[in-house]
Design a protein around this ligand. Structure first.
Ligand SMILES: [Zn+2]
Ligand SMILES: [Zn+2]
Length: 270
């Protein structure tokens, strides 16, 4: 297994010359060229998994120095067990131990292919836990495995913890809903399905974030309407970018703003 240096998604050997996820129009191969790494390479260059608490029952996990896209995973702990969401592209024994200190892991799931990380490697080291993969995106799996379980539409991981397919960024793009989060008001983990902006009071809806390709207004409105049916107040994005409260209204307002600009309601020529 090798890890793409740009997106940090694992891939069976022999790998293609270029990472299929990075050559897609939503990502990029850097000017310096394709790099394939091993876990040993990353360990030798001092990479470590860091874990911090976001709120009771929710832990942010990231790799320092960053690997690939450099996402923040979330370990979501329920009384029945945990979900490892958007798994990072590096794992070592100490990371596994720290995850298991919070109880058994029920499942690993990524919001979309950019966030697959080394999900199968995590699964094997955590005791062969299921890797839930949105069926519409199965073509992007770089490493197929007996632990991979396909799902579509929505699926329940534990009481009060469900996955919902939104499409948009990828056909299988999804979010995780945790009803007990945000002091019982509900938390949504959104990956790139909905992106919490740096202003912390708006979100974006994009086909490509690095290459700045927006989704249509119609799709933004559809996603906001679909998620509007769920009970939540807070959003965590895949870089631990947070809409701390009132997230449902933020989502609705942001989708309307996006649709208005995409429609051409405003043209700042004058
Ligand atoms: Zn890649
Ligand atoms: Zn993405």
């Amino acid at each position: 297994m090798l890890i793409c240096g740009t997106c940090a998604v694992e891939r069976d050997e022999p790998t293609p010359e270029l990472c299929p996820i990075c050559t897609d129009e939503r990502q990029y191969v850097p000017e310096s060229g394709q790099e394939w790494l091993t876990l040993k390479d990353l360990e030798r260059s001092g990479h470590q998994v860091m874990m911090t608490e976001n709120e009771p029952g929710l832990f942010a996990i990231r790799v320092e120095p960053k690997v690939g896209i450099g996402q923040t995973s979330q370990l979501l702990v329920t009384p029945a067990g945990s979900l490892l969401w958007d798994p990072v592209g590096f794992v070592d024994d100490s990371a596994v131990q720290r995850v298991l200190e919070h109880g058994p892991v029920l499942a690993i799931a990524a919001s979309h292919p950019h966030m697959y990380g080394v999900q199968v490697e995590w699964s094997r080291r955590l005791g062969d836990v299921p890797v839930l993969v949105s069926e519409a995106d199965r073509q992007w799996l770089g490493r197929d495995d007996a632990n991979v379980t396909l799902w579509s539409g929505s699926t329940t991981i534990a009481e009060g913890l469900t996955l919902h397919q939104t499409g948009g960024h990828f056909p299988g793009s999804s979010v995780a809903l945790w009803t007990a989060g945000a002091e019982g008001k509900g938390v949504l983990l959104t990956g790139d399905s909905v992106f919490s902006n740096p202003d912390r009071r708006s979100v974006s809806f994009m086909r490509s974030y690095p290459n700045h390709l927006p989704l249509s207004g119609a799709v933004a409105l559809r996603i906001a309407a679909q998620l509007g049916e769920l009970a939540f107040d807070r959003i965590y994005g895949n870089f631990n970018n947070i809409i701390a409260s009132g997230a449902k209204q933020v989502l609705k307002d942001s989708a309307q703003r996006h649709a208005a600009w995409a429609r051409g309601d405003f043209d700042h020529l004058t």
